[in-house]
Design a protein around this ligand. Structure first.
Ligand SMILES: [Zn+2]
Ligand SMILES: [Zn+2]
Length: 291
């Protein structure tokens, strides 16, 4: 009898304490409900694939990186030893820095990319950017996370390269923002999509020379609130780095707002720049690197 009433008391206490906890966590519980709803909505919009995003074959199991072993072996990863020590571009031979970093002052502290921008990776990025396949950001964001985990960067906050509101409306999303969201979820870093804004539309960078790109993108980015940036080590995320002009422009704005460090991580980096035939200094630089 006594033990029964003790049990009953124990149960009552448990209920009271559970109710107290519930009251205490009411706000947290609501937050979790919203988080769950948000996640379910995302999954509905971007359904989980159990197929390889490169060849479309079934994967043997659910993977964070939805690429089969066969396709993974064919991807052109950029290794630590074969890239520019400053911007992460693939380089010829054992050159320390790429031709762009040799000639142009970089505002960011260091950059790295997962892949060379060619073949299947070029197709995947085109799918993410132009063929309305936002779900590709899941696997690509995880690739960024795996590379980040091999680096010794200390990062306080992640900022995706912003788009103008008009461009975002037209595309329906900012692919850099999707990549950064997946990345932050994997490495548990805070994401800030507001602090840096693109305030001016720029011409398509593809056809422009390095100098033209720098000029085209000058002052296109502005920090909205310096409070969030001052003294922080920031990681910029984008899909592709070509000459690094966009990353440089973002870094210029962030450094003006007193960011302590600016790092850049992209899915892919353009192939090594070939020296211009009339620039013998660059020609010799490349020849000496591959000796
Ligand atoms: Zn495959
Ligand atoms: Zn470089």
């Amino acid at each position: 009898m006594e033990s029964n009433s003790t049990k009953a008391l124990g149960t009552t206490n448990k209920i009271i304490s559970t109710n107290k906890k519930k009251a205490k966590n009411k706000f947290g519980a609501y937050t979790n409900v919203f988080k769950g709803l948000y996640k379910r909505t995302l999954n509905m919009l971007f359904p989980a694939h159990i197929k390889c995003i490169v060849c479309g074959d079934d994967l043997p199991e659910v993977r964070q990186i939805e690429v089969c072993d066969k396709c993974s072996a064919k991807l052109n990863f950029i290794s630590k030893n074969s890239c520019c020590k400053h911007c992460g571009a693939p380089v010829y031979g054992d050159a320390e820095v790429c031709l762009n970093c040799k000639d142009i002052k970089r505002e960011f502290d260091q950059g790295r990319s997962v892949f060379v921008y060619d073949g299947e990776i070029e197709k995947l990025i085109a799918g993410l950017k132009f063929n309305n396949k936002p779900y590709l950001s899941r696997t690509l964001g995880r690739y960024l996370a795996s590379l980040y985990q091999t680096l010794d960067w200390h990062v306080d906050m992640v900022i995706p390269v912003p788009m103008t509101e008009a461009r975002k409306k037209w595309r329906g999303y900012n692919q850099a923002e999707l990549l950064a969201t997946e990345f932050c979820e994997a490495v548990h870093l805070p994401l800030n999509t507001q602090a840096l804004q693109k305030v001016r539309e720029t011409d398509e960078q593809k056809e422009l020379s390095m100098q033209e790109r720098q000029k085209n993108i000058l002052d296109a980015f502005k920090v909205q609130d310096k409070y969030y940036i001052k003294g922080k080590s920031i990681l910029i995320i984008d899909d592709v780095m070509t000459t690094g002009a966009t990353a440089n422009a973002c870094a210029t704005a962030l450094k003006k707002a007193h960011a302590s460090k600016v790092y850049v991580l992209t899915i892919a980096h353009g192939k090594p720049k070939l020296p211009m035939q009339n620039n013998m200094e660059d020609v010799h630089y490349v020849i000496n690197s591959v000796k």
